[in-house]
Design a protein around this ligand. Sequence first.
Ligand code: HEM
Length: 194
Amino acid sequence: MAYSWLKAFHIIGIVVWFAGLFYLVRLFIYHIEAEEEPEPARTILKNQYQLMEKRLYNIITTPGMLVTLVCAIGLLVIVPEYLKQGWLHFKLGFVALLLAYHFYCGRLMKQLEQGKCRWTSKQMRAMNEAPTLLLVVIVMLAVFKNSLPKDLTVWLIFGLIILMAVTIQLYARKRRLDKEKQLAQPRQVPQQQA
Ligand code: HEM
């Protein structure tokens, strides 16, 4: 029974952790783009994003990470045999990358606050894809363990999901570029009637 509770909260922690990571980098993108706004909008927006980022990181993302890890340790205490299995070793490797990403986000948040962040919003958008890849790999390892599917149908479905994700990203990129083009065009001033 304790095992099921721990696993349930392990998964709840993962959902909260990833929701936080995805939204945090979205806020970084808006924060960087606020730099292009004229004053006083720039300062107001930057202060607001800073506050939102801090709250999101400290109240949602980091606690989500801690719940995930504490429950994972609990699972391993109950079933220590998992520690000898290959899938868990791979999973731990990817979790280490995820943790590095988490703490790097914390560092970027501080750099943004001090005006020292050198990332462009486009680079930040690309960076936001990293946790998606880690999520897919880690969940696949947790679910299939040492018997990751080898038959063609499963890999075709997997390929289809990746294709859908790429299409959505390309569509979002096209919409963004269209919007940028529209904003770059000189506005037509309506002619006043004499
Ligand atoms: C230190 C880090 C972690 C450790 C030691 C760990 C360990 C474990 C263990 C022992 C289980 C139980 C396996 C079972 O009963 O079938 C489990 C389940 C699971 N873990 Fe993790 N985990 C960690 C982090 C993560 C992360 C970061 C994710 C997601 C990105 C994740 C996703 C899952 C999922 C989806 C399950 C449920 C699998 C199932 O019931 O089929 N884990 N984990």
